[in-house]
Design a protein around this ligand. Structure first.
Ligand code: ADP
Ligand code: ZN
Ligand code: ZN
Length: 757
């Protein structure tokens, strides 16, 4: 009986591309996750074994297959669990296995070295006195027997023993030595199977004495920790939502939990939305757990990533902290995955595989019977609804630590300001409060949703908006370089003096950018130092950190920035927070706009009054009665949730339904429109299937996408909405197959996203 290996081959571009089947020769023991050498179009190429089977797929039956040539790694470098995870990921997010594997295991590059190893049974030097071996071969064995670990790299061996390659072949065929392929790991890392440093085995509590402060847990914190530990002990996989108001001490809960998990021999992953924004958190855990922590971030080079992977795999690291992709870290004893700021959109990847870290975490813990802990002050509607229905656990922390109180929030109606003749970006209330803070030497944070000097250029007479010729979205004017730029493709042009449409001279910058806010602020209070934190000021790797550090050291009285600042920052001297225009988020073309607004306002408000000094929040808006604004002002998550969930239910939006969105792309508009309508027809045909109930499925569209043209491609979209995700997937799959049979599908790129955010 034959066995076969399905091998993903590293074809052009050094990327995992396509899989092929190879015959496994009897001499080789092959496991999933091993790298092998195979022949492809008469080239010897490296591939990754993704499956080992006794049966060939039908279409290959009767074909002659080539054998696997050699094994590359001593052992599997990808744990079985992660390979299965990749299969699951490909299926649920609708992408190729190659794409999902590339995400799960980013280390396909890497040098392989051939080593010559003395067979262990012959390691006894006495054996080597056997004189009947020819002198050249004898010399080789002697050299090997003296080498460390009885092994020498191939090239060095030939040189040092001064023997011919044919002699070596003879030694191999007679069983004296064997060839071994070694992954050339960066310095200081160890391969799987090798023993980790014993130093690392010390009691995790030791680190806690190293000067890092730990608090006695509050009652709420202790209950939260206890509940998660109980869930872990029960050993049935669970997801638990930790809903704790800003400043309730969630980080301390994470720390204590991780310490306890480590004591029990387990490993943990802590995911944060964007590592660059949360270096504080990483620093906190490094202080407490020292060398056991590894922080994964996008700044790591290929070699560093490889070293990190190997260290984690070898058990040298116990705690992985990172953004979304760290959810795949190959920790051998993973027991706990924490998602901090669970509601954050950054946990969803927007290119293939379009996964959500929450789902991957749940899948991994299902396998290992561990716990996924979702922490947030403003949980996603999906998570909170799941907790309400008992599908996941719920822990609540309602009190802020110590004396700090949730700040009072004032909503300012900007329409009134205009009526009273105030044309400034700043309402009179915000101006007064700012002045008060400046007098007292306290700090202020001002939030805005967009970057740039002015959001767009509009003709006051005819309404013409200057937009990007490639993307058809409004261009943004930047004072630096005095140019208008496209945020998507970086197209640039000079601002016009007269309107290209009607010739009017009243074509003006409109909207409020961080730069404009900073300038107007400096106009009002010329003497005060300000800092700005937005996309433009944080282009370099370190800029973000530096700006925040300067603000922490109180080099500036006011920090102006985008929602980048809303995440997990803790500045004790900030007592005033202003939101310049809540409307920017409120008016996004998306059913989640209100949820986003509520989250943003709540997070932002949580930045004020984090210490004993009381804080205050001002929200400026043209929609002062919207429930997202009003409930956020009252710190009323429950109130907002029940109102919003009713709307979702009525309009059949998630979490009551699942949505799969198909984006169709083509350079020619007529082709994409025809394609979209044809796909719509193909899907409609599937609706006739008696399997699907009347109300189970909806097809939305076809319609132009929110961004109808991007990077020179026209974009149309169709969404399907339904209550059961797997049935929805099958339905879509069949429709797409039908579409592919039509000529109009030719050249159209389909971009499919399950549960888009
Ligand atoms: P959250 O993440 O819930 O917004 P943090 O974890 O930032 O809150 O905690 C708020 C502040 O309270 C931090 O300065 C933290 O050091 C402090 N803190 C947390 N737990 C305790 C405790 N048990 N006793 C005293 N201070 C604590
Ligand atoms: Zn005009
Ligand atoms: Zn563009």
């Amino acid at each position: 009986m034959f066995r076969y290996a399905e091998v993903l081959v590293d074809v052009a571009n050094r990327r995992l591309d396509q899989s092929f089947h190879y015959l496994i020769p009897e001499s080789l023991i092959i496991k999933k996750g091993m790298r092998v050498l195979v022949s492809l179009q008469n080239r010897k190429v490296q591939g990754l074994v993704v499956d080992v089977t006794d049966n060939l797929p039908e279409e290959l039956e009767g074909c002659t297959l080539k054998p696997v040539l050699e094994i590359v790694d001593k052992d599997s470098l990808v744990p079985q669990e992660l390979i299965e995870l990749a299969h699951w990921l490909a299926q649920t997010t609708i992408c190729s296995l190659a794409q999902s594997l590339h995400t799960v295991w980013p280390l396909f590059k890497g040098k392989i070295e051939v080593w010559i190893v003395l067979e262990s049974s012959l390691a006894d030097p006495d054996v080597l006195t056997l004189e009947w071996l020819d002198p050249e071969a004898f010399r080789g064995l002697k050299v090997l027997s003296r080498a460390r670990e009885k092994a020498i790299s191939f090239k060095v061996f030939l040189k040092r023993a001064n023997i011919a390659e044919s002699t070596l072949d003879k030694l191999i065929s007679q069983g004296w030595v064997r060839k071994e392929f070694r992954f050339k790991a960066p310095k200081g890392s160890s391969l799987p199977g090798e023993t980790p440093d014993l130093k690392q085995e010390s009691n995790p509590r030791d680190c806690l004495d190293s000067g890092a402060k730990t608090y006695e847990l509050t009652k709420e914190q202790a209950v939260a920790v206890g509940s998660v530990l109980t869930a872990l002990k029960e050993g049935s996989p669970q997801t638990i939502l930790l809903h704790g108001v800003t400043g309730s001490g969630k980080t301390e809960v994470y720390r204590e939990l991780i310490a306890r998990v480590l004591e029990q021999g387990g490993d943990a992953i802590l995911l944060v939305p964007e590592i660059s924004l949360t270096s504080q958190v990483a620093g906190f855990f490094e202080k407490h757990f020292g060398e056991k922590v590894i922080v994964l971030h996008s700044g790591l080079g290929q070699r560093e990533k490889m070293k990190a992977w190997l260290d984690i795999l070898a058990g040298k690291k116990k705690i992985v902290i990172g953004a979304r992709s760290a959810v795949f870290a190959p920790l051998p004893n993973l027991r706990l995955i924490i998602l901090d700021e669970e509601h954050d959109g950054a946990f969803k990847q927007d290119e293939n595989p379009k996964y959500h870290a929450r789902d991957v975490a749940r899948k991994r813990m299902e396998h290992r019977k561990g716990v996924v802990l979702l922490g947030s002050a403003t949980p996603s509607l999906e998570a909170y609804a799941a907790a309400q229905s008992g599908k996941i656990g719920l822990l609540t922390m309602t009190a802020r630590i110590g004396k700090s109180m949730l700040p009072p929030v004032e909503i300012v109606d900007m329409r009134d300001e205009l009526r009273q003749g105030n044309r400034s970006i700043f309402s009179s209330s915000l101006q007064e409060k700012l002045k008060d803070r400046l007098d007292k030497g306290e700090q202020t944070m001002l939030f805005l949703n967009r970057r740039g000097y002015s959001t767009f250029v509009v003709c006051r007479e005819c309404g013409y908006v200057v937009s990007c010729p490639n993307c058809e979205i409004a261009l943004t004017y930047h004072t630096q370089g005095q140019a208008m730029r496209c945020h998507y493709c970086d197209y640039q042009e000079q601002p016009p003096h007269t309107c290209p449409q009607c010739g009017s001279r009243y074509i003006r910058f409109f909207g409020q950018g961080t730069q404009r806010v900073e300038e107007e602020l400096q106009g009002l209070f010329p003497e005060i130092p300000t800092l700005r934190l937005d996309f433009d000021t944080t282009r370099t790797k370190e800029a973000h950190h530096i700006i925040l550090e300067r603000f922490r050291r109180q080099e500036a009285a006011v920090l102006v920035g985008t929602q980048m600042m809303a995440k997990g920052l803790d500045f004790p001297n900030v007592t005033l927070v202003g939101v310049i225009a809540a409307d920017q988020t409120l008016n996004m073309p998306d059913f989640r706009a209100r949820e986003r607004t509520f989250q943003l306002l709540t997070q932002v408000a949580g930045r004020a009054g984090r210490s004993d000094k009381p804080g205050e929040v001002v929200i400026q808006t043209y929609s002062p009665y919207d429930s997202a604004v009003v409930k956020a002002a009252h710190h009323d998550f429950q109130g907002f949730f029940w109102e919003e969930i009713r709307y979702r239910k009525e309009r059949k939006y998630p979490p009551y339904t699942h949505i799969i969105r198909v984006l169709l792309l083509h350079e020619r508009e007529d082709r994409v429109i025809k394609g979209a309508h044809d796909l719509g027809e193909c899907l409609q045909q599937g609706m006739g299937d008696h399997e699907f109930g009347n109300n189970e499925l909806d097809i939305l569209g076809p319609a132009p996408a929110v961004l109808p043209r991007l990077r020179n491609q026209w974009r149309w979209q169709i969404s399907v909405k339904g209550t059961q995700q797997d049935r929805l997937r099958t339905f879509l799959h069949q429709g797409v197959q039908r579409f592919f049979a039509r000529p109009s599908s030719n050249g159209i790129i389909l971009n499919i996203e399950v549960d888009p955010l």
